[in-house]
Each structure stands twice: as C-alpha cells, then as structure tokens.
Design a protein. Structure first.
Length: 454
C-alpha cells in the first residue's frame, strides 16, 4: 500500500512538473500596443525612429530580464492631429484601441472627462522620477486631482535678438530687460539707430493661430500678472486690469509707436514672413519658442542662420515691472503618454512609459530633436548640458513657466484671443476690442461662466 502511495505521489509530482514546463514552453507572449502620430521618413520621423529603434527594444529586453515575455506592437501614423485624435476616440469608445498612446496634453481634460484615458495616480506615486518633475510638467498631464498623462519634454518661450543689430545700435550684449519699459526702450533705440529694421515683433492676428495666443498674448498677459481663466472661480476672464494692460502694450508696439510691423501680422503666411525677416536681419527682436532656435533657424533648419550660435541671443520675457507682477513670463506646451482604460495590461503599459522616460532612453530622443527637460535628473545629463541653449533656457525659464487652461472650450477661446490682438494691430480701440472679445467668449461658454475683474 505504501509503495502504491509513493508511486502515486511521484506520478502526481511528475504531472505537475510537466504541466509547468508545458505552460512555460508554450505560453504566448504578452502583447501590448503603442500608438503615436509619427512615422519613419514622414511626420515626426525622429520620434518614430526613437520609439521603434530604442524604446520598444529596450522595454522588451528589460521585461525579458525580469522573466516577462512581452511583445510591443508599434502603431505609427502620419495623419493630421485631428484625424489621429478622431480615430483614437472612436477606438476607445468602441472598447478597443492601443494600450499606450502618445497624445497632445492639451486633450487631457476632454479625454479625462470622457473616460478615454486611465488615471495614473497609483503609478506615479510609486515612481521615483515623479518627485523630480517640475510642477508645471506634472500639471500639464493632470485634470482636477488626477494624473492622466506623463509629459516627455516641453518647450519654453523667450525673446530672440540679433546680436549684430544690437551692436550696431550701441546696445550692450548680453542683454536682458527687467520690465516692459526696458524692452520698449531697446525697441525705440533700434528704431532710431537702424531705419528699415523692425525693432520688435510679438505675434498677433488669426493667421498665426495658436502661435499668436502662446508666443504673443500670453507672454504679455502673464507679464502683467494676468490669466485668461480663473481657476478659483472656474470662469473665463473677459476683462481685467491685466487684460487692459495687455491690449495697451500691443497698441503701443503696433499703433502708437510703430515698433512692430502691424501689416505683417495680419497678412497670409504671416509667421513665415516673420521668420524670414528675422533671418534676413530686417527684424531685431522676436518672441518665439524653443523650437525656433532648435529647428527653424538652426544651420540646417527651415529658415537657417548658419552662424546662429554666434549671431543670435536670447532673453527672458520680462514682466511689466510693477508691484505684484512677475519678474519673467513664460508658457509651455507639450505631449506625453497615456494609458487606454480598455487595456488588460495596465501595469505593463505604465512600465513601457517608465522605460521611455528613463534618462538613458529619453536622451536618445533628445539627441535627435532637443527639447526642454521637465525633470531634474535629466537636466543634469552630460548630453543635455552640452546643448548650452537648451540647458540654459530650461534652467532659467522652466521655474517661471505655466500651461494653457486645458479646457475643452479652450481652442475657441484662443481664437477669440487671436481676434482680440488682430483688432488691436488693425487700429480698433482697446475698449471696443475687449468688448468684442467678451461677447465672443460669452457666445462660447455662456454669461454664467465669465467674469470681469476690477
């Protein structure tokens, strides 16, 4: 009897062992998908190369080292942002879609409200790098009290100036104004000393689209200590002392003192014309973002300045310079990674995001297309420090930066802001332009959702 029991135990042990081996040998790989609107050889080719050649292989290797056999299906695309967004929404609403998606952080509130992306609080709370993120970068992917997307990198905005033109006008280099008056005084000197050169250009008008709102109106409004949206009352601000200061600044630059070219702002292809004027040294100062230096006027950029590093300087956009206004003004945008609520592998999906954002992995994207770092450990990398422009502007401006009010109605509000600047540079009075702006915003959100500040 004992012999039979021993044989049964041995047989059972062998069966269990064989089942385990069978499961181990024949188990299918865990599969997760990664969707991004970039494609090798086309739209955002550097991003696609980074994902396919660095992120995915590294993640699969890391997981295999941990005993998890994972296959990442990359889903590149090269369509318009609107088309990509529509397809993503349709897929997720249909119960499918990618496990991980690289999205515009501007979409976060809309996606969060519609439950199209997964809250990531429990993941970021256990992620050491999260503590090193700059506060604006954390906020960029959040909605209400939840984190929904993780920013990979950002940009900052500043004043670019032509050092050679400044020298000809007798303006000392390096240059940094600490008030609007300091900025305008410089513009007045250039106008006097360098006839034919546009002293200062700050984006205005609807032709430039969101570039007007971010590189133009916001940079002035923030410097006045103002906002477009009141987070305390959850209302859009249609009139305030800060908004009035902003339109008065535009009026002074474009109408009263003609320190900027008003016509250039309201004609077709206005942004390209602005870039070309700056390149051709017909413009001394231009307020623009990081990518202008890294891509547009780079030696091999779309509007190249071969000796860019020697010829072009930058300065922080000053605040108004009165009591209660900030020292400098800056606003940032960005994209990041989100997780589909339909995923069956949320833990793995976030592990993929963590791999992508790990310093040694993310730096490979930085090498392809530099961006403003958004957490401390990354700023300290030798590869980042070697890019003096990025290192200096990130350290100087990220502490001052903010983000746009990520509300679903923002694009329409932004258009009204662009109209506001367009009317000012076309000679409409500040009072009438602000009245029109207020009416436009009310038509979008309703009178109960706006306010006027005294």
């Amino acid at each position: 009897m004992k012999r039979i029991i021993v044989l049964l135990v041995l047989a059972l042990t062998l069966a269990i062992f064989l089942m385990t081996m069978s499961t181990s040998i024949f188990a299918e790989k865990v599969s997760i998908s990664f969707s991004y609107n970039s494609i090798k050889g086309g739209r955002g080719t550097q991003s696609a190369e980074w994902i396919e050649d660095t992120v995915i292989p590294q993640f699969e290797k890391d997981m295999k080292d941990k005993g998890v056999d994972v296959e990442v299906k990359n889903l590149p695309s090269g369509v318009s942002p609107a088309d990509w967004k529509m397809q993503f929404v349709l897929d997720v609403k249909g119960g499918i879609g990618p496990d991980v998606a690289w999205i515009d952080l501007f979409w976060v509130p809309e996606f969060a409200e519609a439950k199209l992306i997964l809250p990531l609080n429990k993941y970021v709370e256990a992620w050491s790098i999260w503590d090193e993120y700059y506060a604006p970068a954390k906020k960029a992917g959040s909605h209400k009290d939840d984190v929904y997307a993780i920013m990979y990198g950002s940009d900052v905005r500043m004043i670019y100036y032509n050092k050679e033109l400044f020298k000809k006008a007798g303006i000392a280099i390096p240059w940094q104004p600490y008030s609007w008056n300091g900025l305008l005084t410089t513009a007045r000197i250039i106008k006097e000393k360098l006839p034919g050169v546009i002293p200062l250009q700050i984006n205005a008008g609807t032709d430039m689209g969101e570039a007007t709102t971010m590189q133009g109106l916001y940079m002035v409004l923030l410097g006045a200590g103002g906002r477009l949206y009141d987070w305390d009352t959850n209302k859009w601000i249609i009139d305030s002392p800060m908004l009035r200061d902003t339109v008065d600044f535009y009026k002074k630059v474009y109408i009263d003192e003609k320190l900027g070219d008003a016509e250039m702002q309201v004609t077709a292809q206005s942004r390209n014309k602005t870039f070309e004027a700056f390149q051709q040294e017909k413009m001394a100062m231009l307020v623009e973002g990081t990518w202008f230096y890294s891509s547009v006027i780079a030696p091999k950029g779309s509007v190249p300045i071969p000796d860019r590093d020697e010829r072009i300087g930058w300065a922080a956009m000053p605040g108004k310079g009165t009591l209660g206004t900030p020292t400098f003004a800056c606003i940032s945008g960005g994209t990041g990674f989100a997780v589909n609520p339909n995923t069956k592998n949320a833990d793995l999906a976030f592990e993929l995001i963590k791999t992508a954002l790990r310093p040694d992995v993310l730096v490979e994207l930085f090498k392809k297309k530099p961006f403003s770092p958004i957490y401390q450990e990354f700023v300290e990398l030798p590869e980042v420090k070697e890019n003096k422009f990025i290192a200096d502007t990130s350290k100087a401006l990220m502490p001052y930066t903010t983000i746009r009010p990520a509300k679903s109605e923002y694009p329409e509000i932004s258009y009204q802001a662009q109209l506001l600047t367009e009317e000012i540079v076309m000679g409409v009075s500040p009072e009438k332009a602000l009245e029109n702006y207020g009416q436009g915003v009310i038509s979008i959100v309703g009178e109960e959702n706006v306010e006027k500040l005294k």
